[in-house]
Design a binder for this molecule. Sequence first.
Ligand code: PMP
Length: 425
Amino acid sequence: MDFGGESVLSSDLWNKAQAVFAGGVNSPVRAAVKPFPFYTRSAKGAYLVTEDSRRLIDFVLGYGPLILGHAHPKVIEAVKDQLERGWLYGTPSRAEVELASMITKHVPSAQKVRFVNSGTEATMTALRLSRGFTGRSKILKFDGNYHGAHDYVLIDAGSAASEFGVPFSQGIPTEVSSTVLVCPYNDLTCVETVLKREEIAGVIVEPVMGNMGVIPPEKDFLPGLRKLTREYGSVLIFDEVITGFRLGLGGAQSYFGVTPDLTTLGKIIGGGFPIGAVCGRKEIMDQLTPSGRVFNAGTFNANPISMTAGIATIQELEKKEVYTVSERAARVLAEEIDRAIKMDHVVNRVYNFFQFFLGVKDVRNANDARKAKRDLYVKVHESLLKEGVFIPPSQFEALFTSGAHDDDVVNESARVFKKVLEDLT
Ligand code: PMP
């Protein structure tokens, strides 16, 4: 692999970074790699190459978007072509119509789409839409679900918010937090109690929890949410920022056969470039400006580069091979990990993403995940990294596979997982 140019050591970069960035980083989970984060110099397929000239097999994949692997030639070609033609017009472009058509074709709930620039913006917009549409103010979310970094969802949030001990962020007005109700994941009794008691505008849920490790929905959970939200007149929002186009072209809603009113997307639909989207039922989406009175706007909304990368990515996904390869990789490795760990543990996998939990027997909600031996997980992360395999540095993230995780990558990783996990006590 070509490392290109001169190396700068990660340790030197980290020293400089600490002076200019709070906590040394621009997104907190990156600081969880100890004693300091490695700096990536280039990436291709299933591999990262660090500034210290190490090659690592990557199961983080930008925290989910890179389902084709790094630097896929089809995405490079499409983005290069778009770059030559300019990258920001301030007008609509053909690419946004094409990408939206792909989304409405594949995602069952998607009748109309609004592109934004991150998953955070997508959930913020979807929740505002649910309030505008119903004329109610309160929302219901689930403990440990992560929906981005805006005020309404940093309450009992998973992912880095939990990893760094601030599931309930400081700086959120009580006027806002008092409008957010929280239930445990997989707990329909709690949902029914809240919906009966309160006027809830929207219920937002990760259809598979991917931000406290991986936690699948129990059989009745998503159908139950669908039934209860209909009964009580609340908008059901599936946050498919991770699962959209990962669990197949139709995301979790096709995988589990439950259609929400609104869906938030991000990550994969931008092919690794910044993106978010809200899509859903026409009469709700039409509440958005300029057709309606729920405001949303953005200088970079539907920017041609993210649109083009998204189109190229979904075109590859439509060939299905990427799903076959990524599912096989996740299945084989999850089985290998399950076999190798001798202590109590859980390996939760849904299709092509998974996570393991140590020292527990069952993980069906955030509280169960919090009981896992996180210090031991971190040790495993560190040992794997020494052996050339990069998994998330936090228990509260997921391992992802891609179309680049072929048999060679899987075999090499399996050997490393086995070696590290069999030594675990
Ligand atoms: N929703 C979910 C389910 C996510 O996993 C994330 C990010 N990991 C977000 C929303 C926020 O997306 P972004 O980081 O693009 O703002």
